[in-house]
Design a protein around this ligand. Structure first.
Ligand code: NAD
Length: 254
């Protein structure tokens, strides 16, 4: 199972410094990487501004903010910046040439374990996959501006992204619950409705629409749930295990 503890943030501009601070606030060990120590000094200054926003909007305490600062490290040497990284999030300029050069340099120095994610808003991960040296461990992880208020991200793989890597990054219910304040996410609701009912609904839609993509959903539900008797709350297991599903645990949204 992939477990992220050390995160390297490449680029400390508008989004990069926000992702770095938010990750450090949530207890990750974060290294901020940028092209020079001078730029990194500027980032340190910007963190002061974020501190005020976290106090105002999240009612963050001095202790929490102190712990956040202690989780932040700075490095302008790329090899040093990623030497322990479990996850590297790239937030450098939205310019394919700059990103390709960066990934080619990064591929030579990052440890094999490191998952690479691009925060690009408009460029596709498939544009860069070949330059990363590890297409299966590369995907897009796109955060919203003012991340502390909008604590969700869009995740997009490309054709060669390893499904295990994708799963380690994405978590649908957490995003839904945080984003909407709802007590349950859509996946938890599927377990309550029951996987067999979901299968039947999708089968009806497949017959009505003749959409070949629907067959993938039916096959997925058959192979991973129905054949294994994981029918949701009724059989004690579906997407979650019962009677104590993870989404009811106190630290689920942390
Ligand atoms: P920015 O120009 O504010 O910051 C870019 C940072 O990257 C700067 O600190 C710069 O010094 C650094 N940099 C430049 N070349 C580098 C290199 N080779 N290696 C390491 N660092 C380098 O850009 P931004 O607005 O933060 O955007 C960064 C990425 O985040 C883009 O892909 C963008 O699409 C995405 N994004 C931006 C927003 C937004 O609201 N600005 C929102 C979501 C996603």
């Amino acid at each position: 199972m992939i477990n992220f503890k050390n995160i390297t943030l490449a680029g400390s501009g508008v989004l990069g410094y926000q992702i770095a601070f938010q990750s450090a606030f949530h207890g990750y060990n974060v290294t901020v990487y940028d092209i020079s120590d001078k730029v990194l000094e500027k980032a340190k200054g910007k963190f002061e501004g974020l501190k005020a926003a976290y106090k105002r909007d999240l009612k963050a305490t001095e202790e929490q903010l102190q712990a956040t600062y202690e989780n932040l490290n700075y490095q302008s040497n790329l090899a040093e910046a990623v030497k322990d990284a479990d996850l590297m999030i790239e937030a450098i300029p939205e310019n394919p040439k700059i990103k390709i050069e960066f990934y080619e340099k990064l591929a030579k120095v990052a440890p094999e374990k490191t998952v690479f994610a691009t925060n690009s808003s408009t460029l596709l991960p498939s544009q860069f996959a070949a330059h990363t040296g590890r297409p299966s461990k590369f995907l897009a992880l796109h955060f919203a501006n003012e991340i502390w208020k909008h604590n969700t991200a869009e995740v997009m793989g490309h054709s060669q992204t390893d499904p295990e890597v994708f799963q380690a990054i994405v978590d649908i219910d957490k995003t839904w619950m945080k984003g909407t304040g709802a007590p349950l996410g859509p996946v938890a609701i599927l377990d309550i409705i029951g996987i067999t009912t979901m299968y039947n609904i999708n089968k009806n839609i497949a017959e009505q629409t003749q959409d070949p993509l629907m067959n993938n959903i039916l096959e997925y539900l058959q192979d991973n749930f129905i054949k294994k008797n994981k029918l949701g709350v009724s059989t004690g297991e579906g997407f979650y295990s019962y009677p104590n599903p993870n989404y009811q645990k106190a630290d689920f949204l942390k």
